[in-house]
Design a protein around this ligand. Structure first.
Ligand code: 2NL
Length: 344
């Protein structure tokens, strides 16, 4: 019997050593240490032994069990360790691989043009002023010398919310509000960019929503010369030092006198499709702030004068980038917008 038990131990230990995975190892555990295993089987023959031999065999059987059990445990942790090691090797990250470039967006073409124009004026000492898009009739029209019933209101067919509240039709109300805050004290030197709304039938050159940038300077001794000089610097910086500007008389209810400002065409005056063979492109409207507008905002029009101008970044962006339809700015087709990325 002693021989049998020792052979069982040798056999079991060899199998444990050879076990390739945790499943095989568990099968060995069940086979050798289970209730119906060979060790129990051998001990059934104990009845034939002398009273002296029996406890010895019992003790030996326990030793065999303990040895096999210890071997299984040892092998188990070795196999588990191996599995972890294999997993770690499989999941290794090669930190030296070059990264995939992150997809970045780009600014909207109108945003680019607006920011470029803002930067030009900030460089000339202007501040940026903003205000509400849902505006009071008073600031949108009344304070700009456009009383109720004024014929010029008809040219701006508007989105009314109530009788006294509407979507602003220009950014001028921001200027009226800013002047009011100054309580009659100059200087005021601001640029007002933003979205504006007019009831319109959308086509290639009209949109019911568009952008505007207006500028306003109010101080003592501001003249038409200051207006012309400022706009000339602006046009050269935006379109190129070789460009010229010209002023033509015009009318706006909030300025007197008023002018339309043209910039010379990139064709150099020869005439082309862009300038409709005239050599000039209209880029903005401007004028000296009407005394009524100054007075309504609390400025003494005998002491203070000012100039103001307004332009449409939509039109400027169309000229600058050769865009043929204003609706491209507002339909947000990603293929259109992506063309204005700085880097590819
Ligand atoms: C245009 C013409 C213009 C103004 C806007 C203005 C504002 C105040 C006082 C006086 Cl608070 N004027 N703004 C003046 C002249 C022209 O815009 O063609 N815009 C697209």
């Amino acid at each position: 019997m002693e021989q049998q038990l020792k052979e069982l131990q040798t056999e079991a230990l060899a199998k444990v050593e050879a076990a390739a995975d945790l499943k095989q190892l568990n099968d060995i555990r069940v086979a050798y240490l289970g209730k119906k295993g060979p060790i129990t089987e051998v001990l059934k023959g104990m009845g034939k032994l002398s009273a002296e031999e029996r406890p010895k065999m019992g003790a030996l059987a326990n030793e065999v069990r303990a040895a096999v059990s210890a071997a299984i445990e040892g092998k188990q942790s070795a196999l588990e360790q191996q599995a972890i090691q294999a997993q770690l090797e499989k999941e290794t990250v090669d930190v030296t691989l070059p990264g995939r470039p992150a997809r970045t967006g780009n600014a909207h073409p109108l945003t680019k043009v607006v920011e470029e124009i803002e930067d030009l004026f900030i460089g000339m000492g202007y501040s940026i002023a903003e205000g509400p898009e849902v505006e009071m009739d008073y600031y949108n029209f009344e304070a700009l010398n456009l009383p109720k019933g004024h014929p010029a209101r008809d040219m701006q067919d508007s989105f009314y919310i109530t009788e006294d509240i509407l979507l602003r039709t220009h950014t001028s109300p921001v200027q009226a509000r800013t002047m009011e805050k100054h309580k009659g004290q100059g200087p005021v030197k601001i640029i007002c960019p933003g979205k504006v709304y007019r009831r319109d039938n959308d086509d290639a050159t009209h949109s019911h929503q568009f952008t505007q940038i207006e500028g306003l300077v109010v101080d003592e001794n501001i003249s038409m010369g200051d207006l012309k000089g400022t706009l000339e610097v602006f046009a050269k910086k935006l379109f190129g030092e070789d460009r010229e500007i010209r002023l033509r008389p015009s009318f706006f209810p909030f300025t007197e006198p008023s002018v339309e400002v043209d910039v010379s065409c990139m064709c150099g005056g020869k005439g082309c499709r862009i300038c409709k063979e005239t050599g000039w492109i209209e880029i903005l409207g401007a004028g000296m702030v009407h005394p009524n507008v100054l007075e309504m905002a609390g400025f003494d029009s005998k002491k203070y004068t000012g100039f103001a101008f307004g332009m449409g970044p939509d039109r400027i962006a169309m000229l600058k980038y050769g865009i043929d339809d204003i609706r491209h700015f507002y339909t947000d087709d990603i293929r259109f917008l992506k063309q204005f990325a700085e880097h590819e």
